[in-house]
Design a protein around this ligand. Structure first.
Ligand code: BG6
Length: 516
């Protein structure tokens, strides 16, 4: 068992530095290490959040020296970190603890030599045998690497702790996720396993719980009596960004809905946990996921919409992207309507949608309140007075907005919608930090609150797998069916195919509602 667990209070991140440790990144020559992990680690280092002797071991197949690896990581930090490594003595100090270990993933000898190297690191850099493994390889290697760690006795230590972070995707459907869990848990205990969903590390996502349970005014309204529906949107202006090979085997439902959007839904809908420790938070999220009504074949036809972007001007269509099958039927847009079978949410639809090459980048949870019971001011409406909306803006322009009706100045009563805004940047002086900083630090501290538990991942897959199977067995959709947008039009827009296909009256909300 992992005995080092220290519960984190969400929203009250302790400044405590984690104990000395080594981080071994499998698949270290990939994009994630250069763009996210090392920049996050360097920023943590500059902020004095990492322990003395902290060591990074990049494990990958390509031949290169530790010096070459350090130079690549410095390039990554230059482009993506908050702190500039160029001419910065802090980079030199940080880089002293960065090493490269070349080996094939399927070669047990690679793990045998890693074990020896880690022994050296433990004594020379004082990491005390604490090791965090990070699986950032192609997903097909996850189980193999974990089993090899088990075979060379790296999964458990007499002295210090061992943990493993597993990147998404955790499986490609329910059966594969179940099998991966079985193999991982054949080696590590659940308490050592950190299944990452980087959305959970975003400040604004953690703030959902603080907003709901740290304030008295929202929770009494947070139910079927006052809320008409909830919209959860993750619109991206980018396309597949050179990840065509991976994306074409997945699609938006697997890539975004199974993980990020269902997590946002769980945090929005969950009951207050008894405390903010990992078990209590996971238990409440699992209750929400279990309460989601699985969609029947008919509901899948009527309540799930998929799309794929076509070329537009100089922007290539999805099928023209590198390493994408030119006849691909992989969806780059998906919208679906879910219902929750529980006392708080019965009858309140949750609309989830996500797409690439959308006109604007926005991730937002919009709580749409019911209309007033009696339209006392119906005659006095000046322009567009709609029911109240509380929008939790996850990104960009992170913040919270409440839309309500107000009287326009003047001698007569005229109503208009106004916005009450909170922006992170203005309130706290800076935009929220990078999710990977929070998550790496939490894993080093032994706090799994912001990671996924085995059952969460499997229930999420059990909800999307029937949709994937039904699509698999249906005639091919007519793709592409929406034009790639340039991503710079900050105006209200409509994904009309989604609107048309969903039909039902309230589903006009599939129009993109951008609160500007
Ligand atoms: C990843 C998906 O998990 O999340 C990507 O694989 C997607 O396809 C990304 O672009 C979105 O993350 P963010 O933090 O940019 O919203």
């Amino acid at each position: 068992m992992d005995s080092q667990t220290t519960p984190l209070r969400v929203g009250m991140t302790p400044q405590r530095v984690p104990p000395p440790a080594a981080l071994v990144i499998f698949g270290a020559t990939g994009d994630l290490t250069q763009r996210k992990l090392v920049p996050a680690l360097f920023d943590l280092y500059c902020d004095k959040r990492l322990p003395e002797g902290f060591t990074v071991v990049g494990f990958a197949r390509r031949e290169k020296s530790s010096d070459e690896f350090r130079a690549e990581m410095r390039d990554g930090a230059t482009r993506f970190a908050r702190n500039n490594p160029t001419g910065n003595p802090k980079w030199d100090k940080f880089a002293e603890g960065v090493f490269y270990h070349q080996a094939e993933f399927h070669d047990l000898n690679g793990c045998i030599s890693l074990a020896k190297f880690l022994e050296r690191v433990a004594s020379e850099r004082g990491t005390g045998g604490n090791v965090l493994f990070y699986l950032a390889t192609a997903p097909e290697y996850y189980a193999l690497i974990v089993e090899q760690l088990g075979q060379v006795n790296l999964a458990h230590a007499e002295r210090g702790w061992r943990r493993v972070i597993i990147e998404k995707p955790f499986g490609i459907d329910l059966a594969s996720a179940h099998e991966l869990n079985r193999r991982v848990l054949g080696v590590f205990d659940e308490s050592q396993v950190y299944r990452i969903d980087h959305y959970l590390g975003k400040e604004t996502v953690q703030n959902i719980l603080v907003l709901r349970f740290g304030n008295a005014i929202f929770e009494p309204l947070w139910n079927r009596n006052y809320i008409d529906h909830v919209q959860i949107t993750a619109a991206e202006s980018v396309g597949v960004e050179g990840r065509g090979g991976y994306y074409d085997t997945g699609g938006a439902l697997r890539d975004m809905v199974q993980s990020h959007l269902l997590q946002l839904m769980a945090l929005t809908a969950m009951e207050p946990p008894v405390s903010f420790d990992a078990t209590a938070v996971h238990d409440e999220k699992v209750k929400v996921l279990r309460a989601i009504d699985p969609l029947s074949p008919e509901e899948i036809n009527n309540q799930v919409v998929r799309g794929q972007y076509a070329a537009s001007g100089t922007i290539p269509g999805y099928r023209e992207e590198p390493r994408v099958d030119p006849t691909s039927c992989t969806e780059t847009f998906v919208a679906l309507k879910l219902a929750l079978n529980n006392w708080r949410w019965a009858g309140v639809p949750f609309y989830l949608r996500t797409g690439k090459r959308m006109p604007r980048r926005v991730t937002e949870i919009a709580i749409q309140f019911k209309a007033v019971p009696h339209p006392l001011f119906a005659q006095q409406v000046a322009e567009g007075v709609e029911p109240n909306v509380l929008a939790l803006r996850i990104q960009p322009d992170e913040g919270i907005h409440l839309k309500f009706a107000a009287k326009q100045p003047g001698q007569t009563i005229r109503l208009r919608d106004v916005d009450m805004d909170f922006y992170y940047k203005t309130a706290f002086g800076s935009a929220p930090g990078e999710a990977y900083e929070t998550l790496l630090l939490d894993a080093l501290r032994g706090d799994s609150t912001l990671f996924n538990r085995k059952d969460e991942v499997e229930i999420a897959w059990s909800l999307v797998t029937p949709i994937l199977e039904q699509w698999q067995n249906s005639p091919s959709p007519t793709f592409p069916n929406y034009a790639a947008a340039r991503g710079d039009r900050a105006r209200r827009t409509t994904c009309s195919r989604a609107t048309d296909a969903c039909g039902a009256s309230r589903d006009g909300i599939f129009d993109f509602r951008f609160s500007i």
